[in-house]
Design a protein around this ligand. Structure first.
Ligand code: GLC
Length: 564
């Protein structure tokens, strides 16, 4: 491990969704100065890195993932001076800042696309992906992630352009070396400013198969899935190595790729140290564990055996191949983890802490999504009109047209999976505290009971528990470097594993059920005394030369055995 450049191996990242974090000027939208006002809150939590979702100028069709100018700050979030101030304050508090890099596509309002529309001969035309046609049949069957075809026809050019996401998000043509150079220059500009790295949006999609093959049927959609032709494409690693060589290698930064449709084996190619591409990627395997016949918008509850298998597959594959894991339960695209994997009704606090334990003792770099540290839950708005997210709206339309899905199921799927579950404004106190104006998206109605002020001051709350989880990662080397072993893989309710290095063994046991569970202690750890490193309640048993352990409902504990 290189101590200067690999600082991220012991770091904990906190993700801020700027629009929903804190509003400093009462316009109902979170902003950069609002984040700046909360730097002490973040420093006090103990995090090392702040990842900001896109803050660049954008028409906000997809909340900033449609960028019109990579060199300007989105005016509703503030100014470049505000950004510089935030960066400086974060650095003064020893917090590094990671920006979102969205380079699979731009906004259709970006000057490059506006030029590209002018004519086939325009030098920017080839910055995007075009196919000739007559407007009746798209070049292939790919469906966009947000509904409809992934191709939009431009009659004046007699051509279609590709957009894997909304039609306002045209895909960039990475085969064009001038376009790539322009991206690298832009990245260099931000790094020279002092930014500490990038989270790279859908980076596994930047290289498409040259023949643009039709994809297999897509769940809940009349279109085909584009993943087979667009994910982990033929040149993706060459492009990332070029990016590394040209820009990243010159700065001691951290990079994390968002890599949909990527297996653990494929993730090694992105993140193994000797590959010189990225430092780590986000797995989607564990996030897809509850997908069903209607894809993301299915209503199944997850299966713990499958979840353990997916997490463990990534743990062992990365460790064996010199790769590195990103660890997360939630982000701005996912529902709230307590509602999804825990129990947000009867065991909210305990299951929040259980999820913290289950994840924070794995090998990798953990990511905490805003509100997770106070145990926020899914929102459940009464009306569809209260949801803002593009994906939710298009999914609701599709479900309404599908005779196999009842309106009750549609509502349930949205409650369970809408991205707005994660995007409701941060509740800072019992009055809301996010804005003095009208919030752009409704607050979660439970803000009078689930809010920062209430949780932070509670010594049994979640925030202080997360403080401890972060401290343990900073102080216990075994969490970073120990071997991982899954215990009882087929157990449907208990997730247990060990982490082991030359000095220490940790036994992590978590009960994902509302019944108490008794399980055997692994034979090699019997007859040994251990201390409790952390637990989510006072009710976990001590480990004194015992052969069985009984954990209460949603109980979670980490025992530490020191080698003697
Ligand atoms: C990623 C982002 C998501 C966005 C999409 C298109 O999946 O996390 O929020 O909508 O890419 O940029």
């Amino acid at each position: 491990m290189n101590k200067t450049t690999d600082w991220w191996r012991k770091s904990v990242v906190y993700q801020v969704y700027p629009k929903s974090f804190n509003d400093s000027n009462g316009d109902g939208l979170g902003d950069l100065l609002g984040i700046d006002q909360k730097i002490d809150y973040l420093a006090n939590l103990g995090i090392d890195v702040l990842w900001l979702n896109p803050i660049y100028q954008s028409p906000q069709v997809d909340n900033g993932y449609d960028i019109a100018d990579y060199y300007q700050i989105e005016p509703s979030l503030g100014t470049m001076t505000d950004f510089d101030q935030l960066l400086q304050h974060a650095h003064q508090h020893n917090i590094k800042v990671l920006l979102d890099l969205v380079v699979n596509h731009t906004s259709n309002q970006h000057a490059w696309f506006q030029e590209a529309l002018k004519s086939k001969a325009n030098p920017y035309h080839d910055y995007y992906i075009w196919k000739d046609g007559d407007g009746t049949t798209p070049p292939n069957n790919w469906g966009s992630s947000f509904g409809g075809s992934a191709w939009t026809y431009v009659p004046a050019l007699k051509q279609y352009y590709l957009h894997l996401f909304a039609k306002e998000q045209p895909d960039l043509n990475w085969e064009n070396p001038r376009m790539r150079t322009a991206i690298y220059q832009m990245m260099d500009w931000w790094l020279a400013k002092g930014v500490d790295g990038f989270r790279m949006d859908v980076i596994s999609l930047i290289s498409k198969k040259p023949n643009y093959p039709n994809g297999p049927a897509k769940a809940g959609s009349p279109f085909g899935n584009y993943y087979s032709g667009a994910a982990n494409g033929p040149q993706v690693h060459a492009y990332l190595r070029e990016m590394h060589r040209t820009v990243l290698a010159h700065y001691p930064v951290m990079t994390v790729g968002e890599t949909p449709n990527t297996t653990a084996q494929q993730a090694v190619k992105y993140s193994a140290v000797d590959r010189q591409e990225l430092d780590m990627v986000f797995s989607f395997d564990h996030m897809h564990v509850d997908y069903g016949s209607n894809g993301k918008f299915s209503t199944n509850r997850f299966d713990l055996v499958a979840l353990k298998k997916r997490l463990s597959d990534w743990q062992t594959t990365m460790a064996q191949n010199n790769g590195w894991n990103s660890l997360y339960w939630s982000n701005h695209d996912q529902p709230r983890p307590i509602s999804r994997f825990g129990d947000d009704q009867h065991y909210r606090i305990r299951s929040a802490k259980l999820l913290g334990i289950a994840l924070h003792f794995l090998q990798g770099t953990p990511y905490i999504y805003q509100g997770e540290e106070i145990g926020m839950t899914n929102a459940q708005f009464d009306q569809l009109a209260d949801y803002n997210d593009l994906e939710t709206k298009t999914a609701a339309e599709l479900m309404a047209r599908n005779p196999a899905i009842t309106s009750a199921e549609c509502q349930k799927a949205i409650y369970l999976h809408s991205r707005d579950n994660a995007r409701t404004p941060m509740p800072w106190d019992g009055h809301g505290g996010f804005t003095t104006g009208q919030p752009w998206l409704k607050m979660n109605p439970n803000f009078p009971t689930i809010n920062v002020q209430k949780d932070v001051n509670d010594q049994h709350g979640i925030y202080q528990f997360y403080q401890r989880l972060i401290q343990l990662r900073h102080t216990q080397a075994v969490i970073t470097d120990g071997d991982y072993q899954l215990l009882m893989p087929d157990d449907p309710t208990v997730y247990a594993y060990t982490r082991r290095n030359a000095e220490t063994t940790l036994l992590v046991v978590t009960n994902f059920s509302d019944q108490s569970q008794k399980r055997p202690v692994p034979p090699e750890l019997r007859q040994k005394a251990a201390q409790i490193l952390i637990a989510n309640c006072d009710c976990v048993p001590l480990m004194t030369a015992t052969t069985t352990l009984e954990l209460p409902a949603w109980g979670a504990v980490v025992y530490q055995f020191n080698q003697s």
